[in-house]
Design a protein around this ligand. Structure first.
Ligand SMILES: C[S@@+](CC[C@H](N)C(=O)[O-])C[C@H]1O[C@@H](n2cnc3c(N)ncnc32)[C@H](O)[C@@H]1O
Length: 236
């Protein structure tokens, strides 16, 4: 994936978050191919899609995508992004609260990146996170897939620096790996990988790149709960 596309899909801390999206890539390609063989396209729901990057990933694969978010703040940017890549005809736009998804047995794939931390932190903790997953399961067809990527708590240093440096550091909930997996009992065949140690502290592009190449070499040597990104593929 070239760097411009990576930026358009993941937007921030691109070198480490791109690895979370790369983790989806083989399964995503395989799934789309199995639909195309039958002259069909998978139906995808992107939750909390804001500026449209994750919807773009699926639309470029050939899926029919519903971009959604709880509000319209990213809508114009999302539409412009999809137009830039010539995929507008495969994307619809809807305002959807992930706690009340108005679909049942509708989608082959549901996806999201970085929204469950807000739902947990601002809408009712564990109960809200679990409710969102129940809603996702309901919206998926039998054997449908959930692809998602979230922020992990990482180490104590990660948590300390986030509180100091990020304006949302005190309301956003950062998950532990075991905690997140324990919410996924509605799903089977859960695969996941975690990434990243210092990349997020590189706020200028070249420092982010430098720190992320360090992470790429060394993060597998550190316990998964000390890394700060998790990417998952779950089958209903
Ligand atoms: C950190 S942004 C992530 C945006 C995008 N997924 C990405 O990774 O670039 C969090 C997004 O979640 C959305 N959001 C927060 N609560 C939500 C909810 N209950 N239902 C749907 N979207 C929600 C916000 O409006 C925002 O666009």
């Amino acid at each position: 994936m070239d760097i411009t596309l990576q930026k358009d899909i993941v937007e921030w801390d691109i070198y480490n978050w791109s690895r979370a999206i790369d983790f989806w890539d083989n399964k995503a390609t395989e799934l789309v191919a199995s639909f195309m063989e039958k002259n069909k396209r998978p139906k995808v729901l992107d939750l909390g899609g804001r500026n449209g990057g994750i919807s773009l990933f699926w639309a470029l694969k050939g899926c029919n995508v519903v971009w959604s978010d709880i509000d319209e703040s990213g809508l114009d940017k999302a539409k412009a992004l999809h137009k830039k890549y010539g995929v507008s005809d495969r994307v619809r736009y809807e305002i959807i609260n992930s706690l009340e998804i108005p679909y049942e047995n509708e989608f082959d794939i549901v996806c999201f990146k970085s929204i469950m931390g807000a739902v947990y932190g601002e809408c009712g903790g564990q109960e809200a996170a679990e409710r969102m997953l129940v809603q996702i399961s309901k919206a998926l067809k039998p054997d449908g897939y959930l692809f998602f990527a979230e922020n992990l708590a990482g180490s104590n240093l990660h948590m300390f620096l986030r509180k100091k440096l990020r304006k949302w550091g005190s309301t956003w909930h950062y998950f532990k790996v075991d905690e997140l997996i324990s919410y996924l009992s509605l799903f089977k065949e859960i695969q996941y990988e975690s990434f990243g140690l210092i990349g997020l502290f590189g706020r200028v592009s070249f420092v982010n790149k430098l720190f992320s190449s360090f992470d790429r070499k060394f993060d597998h040597k550190v316990k998964e709960n000390k890394r700060y990104i998790i990417s998952l593929i779950c089958r209903k």
